[in-house]
Design a protein around this ligand. Structure first.
Ligand code: ADP
Ligand code: MG
Length: 665
């Protein structure tokens, strides 16, 4: 086995950078695929630049300048190539201003974009030579050139058969490159067609193995706990709620209760747009389980959402005499002990929590129902594991909730044989959130608007793409934004800040300030995407909206428009077809379909795990899903030989774990 230490050009610092990026052995080096490619084949004459990606060969005119605005640096250089002149802008790459000299010849690759009425190259890459060049997520202290050399060392030292994962019969049948060749083409492509062949092979493999694992994990038709519908849980539950259920809520809960009473283990996915009221339905199911003497677990992807669910559940279920508890990773030791005891003794009838629910020391007394909220944010393993928490003979019922309306082709891949309920109705009185795209030039006006709303007692969300500035420096960071607003445009308006990696106590304080109305504007990253429910919030502002997926923007927009008042969503960015979709429609399914078409499945789902499994960088093609689905069928039918199927099963297990031993912790 080749180790990282065996590769030339790697010191301890670089090895650490690799390990931090998840590359834990030499074999994993070529698996770290390029983020994208620069197709620097033919330079475009400056005079004929249009908006879009270009390669430009030019001379630097004069000395580049460097300025600072809102905590970001901006390096600018003028370029000319005999046909015309254009400027290049680099955000947060101050070294560009230092490195470029008057008269220097440069080869640049990047996006030409309108800026104050002129075309400008935004954050172009400096290239050494023409050709197709892989672009990698940068690693601290490890230049792209060194990384490329590592890849070729590993590929040279590895026999193709040793890294193959798909049987030859299958590769022939579906026209797939060998794995070794695919990785070579991915890292050292000779042309566009090689990139395409590499992507097809890798995407195909990821999708096929993932689909296989899902199918294995969720065979369906298993015997389950038969719950008793005597005295019917549902009508009593709805009567106890402060609102009348929508038709869709009633229908969905009925279907769930029928499943739970059927004698087979339920596997049902509830898909309903943001705000359609899925939580109440899930709580109805938990109430039914409690009435039958069983515990329920409700797992949410973020601590924020788990806490909120615990509060809601407490409010709605306590009057029915059902006890609710919370278990998250950040509980202090004493509360954690209490929680584990409440779960073990069965005193807690509904346990709400995060991943912490999957911890080794969590023992349920009698788990009958496992609910996951925002299902698509979890991986296959976690989904399976929650159901396995039960120690009884029979599998607990599984209920999954998702607000991302997943198009059918993708749902089949992700969920295998789940039953699906669609909640296509909003609670009455909801008004569509009005949406506008706001260009940079109107920023000050937008801040004035937030200020006015705050004076009227209405709250706003302001979402930024990342916590810290990212390597390309384009994304505005929540922290920098917060600091800047507090000093300048929103001075005197109560502000709060939250983000994913924030220490728990700070976060609690920030959210509390916002929930209670002490803070009028909440600056955050996308941690608020799922579940945040503040009816008094009427404005959603999204910075750099183009960086988000449409489905994600739709989710974010769903955070407002929950009260009586008119609500607005402002997307900062340039007008384009993608963002225009959100202005035009508030139908989550239409938006999701568009998003899937534009970005491909992995990006669409927007999670790292799915990203890795489904995305295979850059494949934007749902047809591939159908093809891998067909491939799996052929394998199961034995059309490609028994050995081929066994091999694929083995590979799927190796990658995604074996059903039954899939504890994450
Ligand atoms: P989601 O489907 O996005 O998870 P929630 O369950 O969070 O939606 O519900 C959104 C809001 O709508 C909550 O404040 C909830 O109390 C409220 N709600 C749910 N069902 C109804 C209903 N039938 N009538 C009125 N309000 C409702
Ligand atoms: Mg929800």
């Amino acid at each position: 086995m080749l180790r990282l230490e065996d590769l030339r050009g790697l010191g301890p610092k670089r090895i650490k950078a690799l390990r931090d990026a998840g590359v834990d052995g030499a074999a994993a080096v070529p698996e770290r695929l390029p983020k994208s490619y620069a197709y620097a084949l033919e330079p475009t004459p400056i005079a004929s630049l249009k908006p879009g990606e270009h390669c430009v060969e030019a001379t630097v005119e004069g000395s580049p300048s460097l300025s600072y605005y809102a905590g970001r640096s901006l390096a600018r250089a003028s370029l000319q190539d005999g046909t015309g002149a254009v400027s290049a802008h680099w955000f947060n790459q101050p070294w560009m201003a230092r490195n470029l000299k008057h008269g220097q010849k440069v080869l640049l690759y990047g996006k030409a974009q309108a800026y104050r009425g002129r075309l400008v190259l935004i954050n172009p890459r400096l290239l050494q030579k023409k050709g197709v060049q892989p672009l990698y997520q940068s690693l601290p202290g490890l230049p792209g050139k060194v990384f490329s050399s590592l890849v070729s060392q590993v590929l040279e030292a590895t026999r193709p058969e040793a890294m193959e994962t798909l049987p030859a019969a299958l590769r022939d049948r579906f026209g797939l490159a060998g794995r070794h060749e695919a990785l070579r083409m991915a890292h050292f492509p000779l042309g566009r067609d090689e990139v395409a062949r590499a992507q097809r092979r890798i995407a195909f493999e990821n999708l096929l193995l993932f689909q296989t694992a899902v199918r294995q994990a969720a065979p369906g038709g298993q015997a389950g706990i038969r719950m008793d519908r005597e005295g019917d849980g549902a009508s009593g539950f709805w009567e106890a709620l402060p609102f009348a259920p929508t038709g869709a809520q009633r229908r969905t809960l009925d279907a769930i209760l029928a499943d739970m009473a059927s004698g087979l283990a339920m596997r049902r996915l509830v898909q309903g747009d943001v705000g359609s009221g899925k939580t109440a339905v899930a709580l109805g199911a938990a109430a039914f389980a409690a009435g039958n003497g069983y515990q329920s677990a409700l797992m949410a992807p973020t601590e924020l959402l788990a806490r909120q669910h615990a509060l809601t559940a407490e409010r709605l279920l306590a009057p029915l005499g059902i006890s609710v508890g919370l278990l998250t990773g950040s509980l202090p030791a004493s509360r954690r002990r209490e929680a584990l005891e409440g779960i073990r003794s069965g005193e807690w009838q509904l346990v709400v929590g995060t991943h912490a629910l999957l911890g080794k020391s969590v023992r349920f007394s009698k788990l009958g129902l496992a609910i996951t909220d925002e299902q698509h944010r979890f991986g296959v393993r976690q989904r399976r594991t929650l159901a396995e928490l039960a120690r009884g003979e029979l599998a607990p019922h599984v209920l999954a909730l998702s607000a991302t309306p997943i198009p059918r082709s993708l749902a089949l891949v992700l969920y295998g044989d789940l039953q699906v309920s669609v909640m296509d109705e909003s609670p009455p009185g909801r008004k569509a959130v009005k949406t506008r795209i706001v260009p940079e030039s109107k920023r000050e006006e937008l801040y004035r608007y937030l200020r006015e709303r705050a004076l009227l007692g209405e709250q706003s969300f302001l979402v930024c793409p990342l916590v810290e500035e990212d390597e390309e420096g384009e994304a505005k960071s929540a922290k920098a934004m917060y600091a800047q607003l507090a000093e300048g445009p929103l001075k005197g308006v109560g502000l709060a800040l939250t983000y994913g990696t924030q220490p728990a106590a700070e976060r609690e304080e920030a959210l509390d300030a916002f929930y209670s109305g002490r803070a009028m504007v909440l600056v955050s990253t996308t941690v608020i995407e799922v579940g945040m429910d503040v009816p008094n919030a009427t404005t959603m502002v999204v910075e750099d909206a183009d960086r988000f997926g449409l489905a994600q923007l739709h989710q974010l927009r769903g955070r407002v428009g929950r009260g009586e008042k008119e609500s607005w969503c402002f997307l900062l960015g340039e007008e384009n077809e993608r963002l225009e979709t959100l202005v035009q429609t508030s139908d989550g399914f239409v938006i999701a379909q568009k998003d899937l078409e534009l970005r491909g499945p992995g990006e669409f789902l927007g999670t790292r795990q799915h990203g890795r499994m489904l995305d295979a960088y850059g494949i934007g093609d749902t047809r591939l899903l159908e093809e891998t689905g067909r491939c799996l069928e052929e394998l199961q039918l034995g059309a490609l030989g028994t050995d081929a199927y066994l091999e694929v099963l083995r590979q799927a297990e190796a990658r995604f774990g074996q059903p039954g031993n899939a504890r994450l912790d």
